[in-house]
Design a protein around this ligand. Structure first.
Ligand SMILES: C[S@@+](CC[C@H](N)C(=O)[O-])C[C@H]1O[C@@H](n2cnc3c(N)ncnc32)[C@H](O)[C@@H]1O
Ligand SMILES: [Zn+2]
Length: 374
């Protein structure tokens, strides 16, 4: 394998040389024998920030590829004593071994299926960063993490989660769905709902403490607590979201059923089960903000700073966002400037999920009024 050295955060990493694997001047990280995607740098950077708050001592990087994640956690997170690296690919293992040597990392390297390593080791942070869906690894990751520990998951299969592919949503996540206008937020809530159900199987409660959407993926961090009762209480907050395709009215219910829109009589679209609770712990957002000042060496620093600022405002509003360019045409109105609608609603904000979305806890009628007058 022809390699090249890159720097990301405080790590120096050997990765497959993109020039060797490009086709017609194009390169996709999945064409190389070991996967390294620079577009995931922000995902790794935010994970470094998050881990500096929760301070894990023992980490499992269950799908390591080049090892970059675990290596960065070892070098950039205070208090990490050991990282367990794992990948199914033999070529990845060779590269991880070289990379941990270069970076003086203390750890062990395994060449197993992620699910088998997760049943063998215990850790206070488990990272699941797969190709596509994390669903096949959720149960084992909740088994591996100690009570009071954390699990971080990445999902890049947004077509399933936002219900562009209904059959994938059903297969991977047990989600029955139609595509709703606030699909970007509903997708992360569907992912969280699936994780909560898997954790509940092993009588653990997976509480989402920080979640975000960026570029083409979702990333969610869960605090994992023990106890069937806590798991039951999370399960009781899973719902089906309903939205009328004709007038935009929305509702939710713990049941999946055929619903007729009470406003206009059209048949409503549905998505669920999905988590209807908080997707951030506000305390955690504040700590991430505080932590960020120590990380101005990150090349994504200003993007992260903007993202966290927006998240800290939108976290005030729990209900999924309203998409202005979906509702306005149904009212036979032009799409009003977002800022004006926010000002009219008073308690409302923009959202990182969608540039034409607004978050508010005000009801549908109040949102409509503010679109009409602007
Ligand atoms: C998206 S890459 C990981 C990227 C890496 N975490 C990073 O931040 O750069 C997914 C990796 O999972 C490995 N993999 C796929 N299925 C696996 C399985 N069942 N068990 C363990 N590793 C697996 C692949 O070989 C690949 O290296
Ligand atoms: Zn309707």
């Amino acid at each position: 394998m022809k390699l090249t050295k890159i720097r990301e955060g405080k790590a120096e990493i050997l990765v497959p040389d993109p020039k060797e694997y490009e086709k017609e001047d194009k390169f996709d990280p999945s064409w190389a024998p070991v996967f390294y995607n620079p577009r995931m740098e922000l995902n790794r950077d935010i994970s470094v920030l998050f881990l500096n708050i929760i301070r894990p001592r023992r980490i499992v990087d269950a799908l390591s590829a080049t090892g970059i994640r675990g290596i960065r956690y070892f070098k950039e997170v205070k208090g990490v004593e050991e990282v367990i690296f794992n990948d199914l690919s033999k070529e990845a293992i060779e590269l991880i071994n070289e990379n941990i040597k270069i970076n003086n990392v203390i750890g062990e390297v395994f060449n197993k299926d992620a699910n088998s390593i997760l049943y063998e080791v215990k850790a206070d942070f488990v990272d699941i960063d797969p190709f596509g869906t994390p669903a096949p690894f959720l149960l084992a990751s909740f088994h591996s993490v100690i009570r009071g520990g954390y699990v971080g998951i990445t999902a890049t299969d947004l077509s399933a989660l936002v219900c562009s592919s209904k059959s994938s949503a059903r297969r991977k996540y047990d989600i029955i769905c139609d595509r709703l206008s606030f699909s970007k937020e509903v997708g992360i809530r569907g992912l969280i709902g699936k994780a909560i159900r898997e954790a509940a199987v092993v009588e653990k409660a997976a509480i989402p403490v920080f979640s975000f959407y960026h570029d083409y993926y979702y990333r969610v961090f869960f605090k994992v607590e023990g106890g069937a009762k806590k798991a039951d209480s999370l399960l009781s907050r899973l719902v089906y979201y309903y939205e009328c395709p004709k007038c935009g009215y929305r509702d939710k219910s713990v049941y999946y059923q055929h619903v007729t829109c009470p406003k206009c009589g059209a048949s409503m679209k549905a998505y669920g089960p999905a988590w209807d609770g908080e997707i951030y712990d506000k305390n955690m957002i504040n700590k991430i903000k505080e932590e960020l000042v120590h990380f101005n060496y990150l090349s994504t620093y200003s993007t992260i700073s903007r993202l966290i600022s927006l998240i800290s405002v939108e976290a005030e509003y729990k209900e999924p966002y309203y998409k202005l360019d979906f509702i306005s045409p149904r009212l036979k109105r032009n799409v009003p400037p977002k800022d004006k609608v926010i000002k009219c609603l008073k308690e409302a904000s923009a959202t990182h999920f969608d540039t034409v979305g607004i978050k508010t806890n005000k009801n549908f009628e109040e949102v409509i009024e503010c679109i009409k007058v602007n």
